[in-house]
Design a protein around this ligand. Structure first.
Ligand SMILES: Nc1ncnc2c1ncn2[C@@H]1O[C@H](COP(=O)(O)OP(=O)(O)OP(=O)(O)O)[C@@H](O)[C@H]1O
Ligand SMILES: [Mg+2]
Length: 190
């Protein structure tokens, strides 16, 4: 199983790398449109992520949400526990690089994962059961492990290109599936 994931990560990283700048831009716009049209996001606490190089960037969504006075959060890594907390992201928030070189907001106004309503998370591969392949550290799985047996909030929305859908992906016991998948082609409720 670990070997399968290793192979799949290689394959889908390559597949993501092959997207042109235009394709990426198109996909990001479509994904944001699907989000704004189908998700009941008013008055909700919403966590997004800052995309790493080839990941789909959803930060353009932030401006829409700010305009509507919605509380936006970004993940902050707790590298000892290997989990995520979520810090408020406002226009004046100071952003710093963490030990992995990923941008993070300064740790003020922290929410625990259970206090969030909606979380957008990047996927390297996915299937129609909502099983997700991430970058392989298990941060999201550990953070949302409390959702393993009961589908309580937050709503987990996985973001990927349509061609990152994989027939070969099977979940491990610790993997936490997403509830909704958004690609450039569709909004899909698992
Ligand atoms: N709830 C958990 N408790 C303890 N270890 C966990 C838990 N969830 C995941 N892990 C560990 O994390 C490692 C990586 O998990 P996995 O391969 O599913 O990563 P991923 O889902 O691709 O990564 P990420 O969630 O960071 O995007 C696994 O080897 C597993 O041992
Ligand atoms: Mg996993």
């Amino acid at each position: 199983m670990v070997l399968d994931k290793f192979y799949l990560r290689k394959k889908y990283r390559e597949c993501r790398r092959q997207q042109s700048t235009d394709q990426k831009y198109h996909a990001e716009n479509q994904i944001i449109r699907f989000f704004l049209s189908y998700i009941d996001y008013k008055n909700k606490n919403i966590a997004l992520y800052f995309a790493k190089k080839e990941e789909l960037n959803v930060s353009l969504l932030v401006k829409h949400l700010w305009k509507e006075n919605i509380n936006v959060f970004l993940p902050v890594m707790n590298s000892e526990e290997m989990t995520l907390h979520f810090a408020a992201y406002r226009e004046n928030t100071v952003i710093k690089k963490n030990v992995y070189g990923i941008d993070e907001p300064e740790c003020v106004n922290i929410l625990s994962p259970k206090e969030l309503d909606i979380v957008l998370l990047p996927m390297l591969a996915f299937n129609r059961q909502g099983q997700r392949l991430g970058m392989g550290k298990g941060y999201y799985d550990r953070t949302f492990a409390f959702r393993q047996h009961n589908r309580i909030k937050p709503l987990l929305i996985g973001i990927a290109y349509a061609n990152q859908e994989s027939q070969d992906l099977t979940g491990d016991a610790w993997d936490i599936p997403v509830d909704i998948i958004i690609t450039e082609n569709e909004y899909y409720r698992v």
